[in-house]
Design a protein. Sequence first.
Length: 304
Amino acid sequence: MIIDQATTLRLMAAISGEGGLSPVATMPMTDAYRTGTRLAQTIAVASGKGGVGKSNVAVNVALELAALGHYVTLLDADMALANADVLLGLTPKYHLGHVLTGQRTLPEVEIEVTDRLRLIPGGSGVAELASLTLDQHSRLIAELRAIEVGSDYMIIDTAAGIAGNVIGILKAVAEAIIVTTPDPTALVDAYATIKLMHQAAPDTRIRIVVNDVVEVGDAERVFKQLRTTTARFLNRDIEHLGSIPHDAELIDAVREQRPVVEYAPETPASRALRQIARHLEISQTTRDKKRPASFWSVLTAADQ
Ligand SMILES: Nc1ncnc2c1ncn2[C@@H]1O[C@H](COP(=O)(O)OP(=O)(O)OP(=O)(O)O)[C@@H](O)[C@H]1O
Ligand SMILES: [Mg+2]
């Protein structure tokens, strides 16, 4: 039997009796989410190569956006290795799969992480979107749309690589953050993802985060390389959202199952993640005048 990293961490947490960030409550969220008329900005965090820092970016940026006063929903869409919950020190009982099978309602699955951030644990749910009956489909869309209407941001942590499901998600979002490291193999894989995204979803905004940067100047160099390649071969522009230094505190935070922005708020990685959240906030209010279609409608329609 293969024991994945998430299972190992859960086992270790259970054995050591240590928790991470404790949820405010595991009850349904406040009405603030449900009664709004906003349609969330949907942002997928993706990569080519695995282990480049997607989940850390998704979790910490989601927390920072919430700290800035936004209502944020974090959806863990990594089926193989759902780990946003692990990074938050949570062990959800239910996930989106239980909603699809009708065993649980969405509010029962959501976890309130802070008063403005909630997590929808992924599990195997998203994969099943493709095989829903018409009935299940409309019930689900109604439930999921409520999330979108009530949140300012929906941050989606995806699995590494470009499996069909990830492309489906990338087609449905307004924007994608592609995470890479300066490592040449990560860069090649990031380009492969951008290329596929470009073919499948030519209008989706693509922004790059260069993570785990050791040498000052590497981030800019890496971004320029990627930008030159996409401009030349895809005739497509990409943007630099930010860079995150290699930081031992982040590694410690992961071990402690706590988000680094909470574990060590002033460490360089936390500062960089905060800056990324601010950058997202500023650039979205000035740029995205046009509201995207409902993420869930597009996602499920694409999968039908
Ligand atoms: N800025 C950083 N400094 C130091 N270590 C880092 C940094 N970013 C990520 N790491 C290390 O990389 C590991 C993997 O990060 P993370 O789980 O966020 O990657 P991922 O892309 O989501 O992985 P997967 O593809 O498996 O979903 C972290 O546990 C941490 O040890
Ligand atoms: Mg991950």
